[in-house]
Ligand binder design. Structure first.
Ligand code: ACO
Length: 321
């Protein structure tokens, strides 16, 4: 009996036009270009217009991914959007995106795993396809983190940016996705959170991102190393078989530490955090699309995608392009 796998058939991304440099932040905050770049590797980030919600960013990225796949939008039979900055409490951003794409009837839902959201969404879509429940899934990471930042808090606001990335994942008789490993540990919920909600027409708690930066840093380096080995073992592969590592783009020091622990040369590490900042669930598909379009990541090459973020959540996927 032939087995069903899933394969990335197309990638797309979108960055809002407005660029905010470190120098601009330093004009109104007690910070400097040098501090931000030395500690994080970030030089600039993109910021969405007030009129641009996550579904708008997702739409632009999705159109590019669908075009790259050579499919018509009508062929999409599953939509998963990873976001922590949805347009509304409900309906889901995935349903809003579905309508904007002019598609009806296929399942559409959001995944909430913060910066691991895209890897969670990709693994979910892969399972739908392997089970025969979908043939062409659209998986999107889309965020407007600029809306949940306290722009007076230099410890957090310098780190994040807005953007979206998308892939079309199609059924195929060969992998594609070799293996995925997803993990979470809710005991660490407090080190990275937006601890607010809506109640009786008011915001209860805080609507702004809060973070214990050094604790997040240590945990991220630990779990990204662990999950890299877990996903390699699940796929029956060696580190030497990995052509590219795309970790969640939060901080270049975390990413370099991960590559070093794994024994991967620095030139196999894909870095976009310098120009995008941390775009949460959008960071991995944005980096993937940029590398594919630049001709850096080529068909047949093997890529390890890694997410890590609030929850605490983390995960990894091994994929042949
Ligand atoms: N400019 C200048 N100084 C600053 C800034 C800033 N933007 N931010 C903090 N500082 C100061 C602090 O106040 C502190 O000053 P003090 O020593 O007088 O108290 C000093 O710099 C050192 O602060 P630390 O927090 O110890 O600095 P650290 O080297 O840990 O770097 C950072 C901070 C960059 C946030 C780092 O901890 C980090 O990257 N952590 C991981 C963050 C991350 O990846 N978050 C996203 C996870 S993904 C998700 O799910 C959203």
């Amino acid at each position: 009996m032939s087995r069903i796998f899933s394969r990335i058939a197309g990638t797309g991304s979108y960055l809002p036009a407005r660029v905010m440099t470190n120098a601009e932040l330093a004009q109104r905050l007690d910070t400097s270009d040098q501090w931000i770049e030395e500690r994080t590797g970030i030089r600039q980030r993109h910021i969405a217009e007030q009129s641009q919600a996550s579904s708008e960013l997702a739409l632009a990225a999705s159109r590019r991914a669908i075009e790259a796949s050579g499919l018509q939008a009508q062929a999409i039979d599953l939509i998963i959007v990873a976001t922590s900055t949805p347009d509304y409490v409900f309906p889901s951003t995935a349903c809003l995106l579905q309508a904007k794409l002019g598609i009806a009837n296929c399942p559409a839902f959001d995944v909430q795993a913060v910066c691991s959201g895209f890897v969670y969404g990709l693994a979910t879509a892969d399972n739908f396809i392997r089970a025969g429940a979908a043939k062409h899934a659209l998986v999107v990471g889309a965020e407007v983190f600029s809306r949940i930042l306290d722009w007076n808090d230099r410890g957090t606001c310098v780190l994040f940016g807005d953007g979206a990335g998308a892939v079309v994942l199609s059924a195929c008789d060969r992998p594609g996705i070799h293996a995925s490993v997803l993990r979470a540990d809710g005991r660490h919920a407090g080190i990275l959170s937006v601890p607010g909600n809506l109640c009786g027409g008011k915001i209860v708690g805080s609507p702004f991102l809060q973070m214990q930066g050094n604790q997040v840093f240590k945990l991220a380096v630990k779990v990204l190393d662990e999950v890299a080995h877990e996903v390699l073992a699940a796929a029956g592969m060696q580190v030497a078989e990995v052509d590219w590592l795309i970790p969640h783009q939060a901080n270049v020091r975390i990413m370099e530490a991960t590559a070093k622990k794994l024994g991967l040369p620095r030139d196999k590490l894909v870095v976009t955090v310098d120009r995008h900042g941390n775009t949460s669930a959008a960071s991995v598909p944005l980096a993937l699309d940029e590398s594919v379009r630049a001709g850096k990541i080529r068909p047949g090459q093997r890529v390890m995608l890694q997410g890590v973020g609030g929850g605490f959540t983390w995960g990894a996927t091994l994929v042949t392009m």
